[in-house]
Design a protein around this ligand. Structure first.
Ligand SMILES: *[C@@H]1O[C@H](CO)[C@@H](O)[C@H](O)[C@H]1NC(C)=O
Length: 473
């Protein structure tokens, strides 16, 4: 082959330049909307992307020579606080206040955020020091911060926890997220069953002790719950926290809902129920507090808010079986008798009965089934987490089987906090609030020979579903 002539080279060059020019023009038209093609999306709330008045971005809270704006704690119980104008600077959290007596004790808001081990000694090593959180006056704040701070706008959920209790559907959805929303929704105690709220959607979640890949759970429910209920939330992790530390400048949060597991463990409610999410129930709140989250998740799964369990529709009984797990299961014989009894009720009364292995259903199917279920039952375990999507009505019920003498509040407290009745079973006897045992893990609790009396469970189902209810649904 002959080497290319000069003319050929010039032609190739011209061709290349042409391609470059036209592709550039395409990129430019993609970026800048032309007046002749107005945006096609119609809801007016999506059309605020282009303002008319030029402005400086409002990225800084500047006080100049004036006093540093003080932090305000709006609500606080151990481990859960709502705080306006919380400052962070070089990795330390600052509450700026000239009235430190009005600020809750720092150990009730924050900790070292390390892994949690039982015992007083471990508890003491988790207490925060000056290198973690400080309460300072406005004069000291000015000396430290200078003339202003960069703003982290909107509402931020801030989690000062070790990864230990995050990568798990129950601990995420029914504990961390549950606690956050219960705390935050204390600012709107008038949430109706539809879930409408005056609360702005949170914008951020900060995890200062967690790597980005460590918040999803093995069943991928955590991200489904977050993205369907609060689609606007962006997340920051340990790397991002370190970036902010290394910049060496102060940041101020508009509003933070601060969660700290170790601090929550100091509360009476935790000591009584072993649940961090039980602590914010000391704050005011609507009985429909969870509906703002729950209804979005339910809609994501393809259900209407009015779908599902009611006091008039055909009852749906769902037994979530753990028999395939090989751990914490019913005696096989009792499981079989229970299934038979439930099918007998179905045939006698026309009720719907589902016997399911949760892990065999898709994520959306799990949610839809929970929404439709009137009575959910199963051995103590993660499968019962789905109860948080049930529709609370006077006959909505959760029945939980334990090894006799054993008990844990996880699903009991969760059900009760949503207005759902809960019954625990020990063989042929049952118990419900307020006559609850204390938590206990006798030998056999995790085993595969948990007894249950099918006839007793059947009688309870019958009673719950034939109660005469003097309520409009
Ligand atoms: C809730 O909000 C929706 C949509 O904005 C509205 O149609 C509905 O009437 C509201 N319901 C209540 C109880 O405020």
């Amino acid at each position: 082959m002959n080497p290319p002539t000069r003319r050929e080279c010039a032609l190739v060059l011209a061709l290349l330049l042409g391609i470059l020019y036209f592709s550039n023009a395409r990129i430019r038209t993609n970026l800048v909307p032309t007046p002749s093609s107005p945006p096609s999306h119609h809801p007016s709330q999506l059309n605020t992307l282009q303002g008319t008045t030029p402005q400086l971005y409002n990225t800084r809270l500047t006080w100049g020579n004036n006093q540093v704006p003080q932090t305000k704690v709006l609500a606080s119980v151990p481990g859960w606080s709502i705080i306006d104008r919380l400052y962070i600077f070089k990795g330390v959290v600052y509450v700026v206040s000239d009235d430190p007596d009005s600020v809750p004790d720092v150990e009730n808001m924050y900790s070292k955020g390390v892994e949690i081990f039982p015992g007083k000694e471990a508890e003491d090593t988790r207490l925060p020091g000056d290198e973690d959180i400080r309460i300072i006056g406005t004069a000291e704040a000015k000396a430290l911060f200078g003339t202003g701070a960069s703003i982290v706008d909107g509402v931020t959920f801030f989690v000062n926890d070790h990864p230990q209790f995050i990568r798990h559907y129950y601990h995420w959805s029914a504990e961390l997220y549950f606690g956050f929303w219960r705390t935050y929704s204390s600012l709107d105690p008038a949430i109706p069953p539809e879930g409408n709220t005056t609360l702005p959607q949170p914008r951020h979640m900060f995890f200062n002790r967690l790597d980005a890949f460590r918040w999803r759970d093995p069943t991928n429910m955590n991200q489904l719950v977050l993205r369907s209920s609060l689609p606007e939330v962006t997340m920051e992790f340990r790397d991002d926290w370190d970036d902010r530390i290394k910049m060496g400048v102060p940041f101020v949060f508009d509003r933070v809902v601060l969660a700290d597991r170790s601090a929550a463990m100091r509360a009476y409610n935790f000591q009584r129920y072993q649940r961090t999410a039980s602590v914010p129930f000391a704050l005011p709140g609507s009985v429909n507090w969870w509906m703002a989250i729950r209804n979005n998740v339910v809609q994501f799964a393809g259900m209407d808010l009015n779908d599902g369990s009611s006091t008039t529709a055909t009852p749906v009984i769902t037994y979530i079986s753990r028999q395939a797990w090989g751990r914490r299961t019913l005696l096989q014989e009792d499981h079989e008798k229970l299934v038979k009894e439930l099918y007998r009720l179905r045939d006698a009364h026309g009720w719907e009965v589902n016997v399911v292995l949760m892990e065999k259903l898709s994520r959306a199917e799990q949610i839809r089934l929970a929404v439709r279920t009137t009575i959910m039952m199963g051995v103590h375990g993660n499968g019962l987490t789905s109860l948080i999507w049930m529709r609370p009505t006077p006959r909505t019920t959760v029945i939980e089987f334990f090894y006799p003498g054993g008990f844990a509040h996880d699903y009991e407290y969760t059900a009760r906090s949503l207005g759902i009745a809960h019954y625990g079973f020990w063989g042929d006897s049952s118990f419900t609030s307020p006559n609850m045992p204390l938590n206990a893990y006798p030998e056999g609790f995790q085993g595969n020979s948990i007894p249950v009396d099918a006839a007793a469970v059947g009688r309870l189902c019958y009673d719950r579903l034939t109660l005469s209810l003097e309520v409009d649904d």
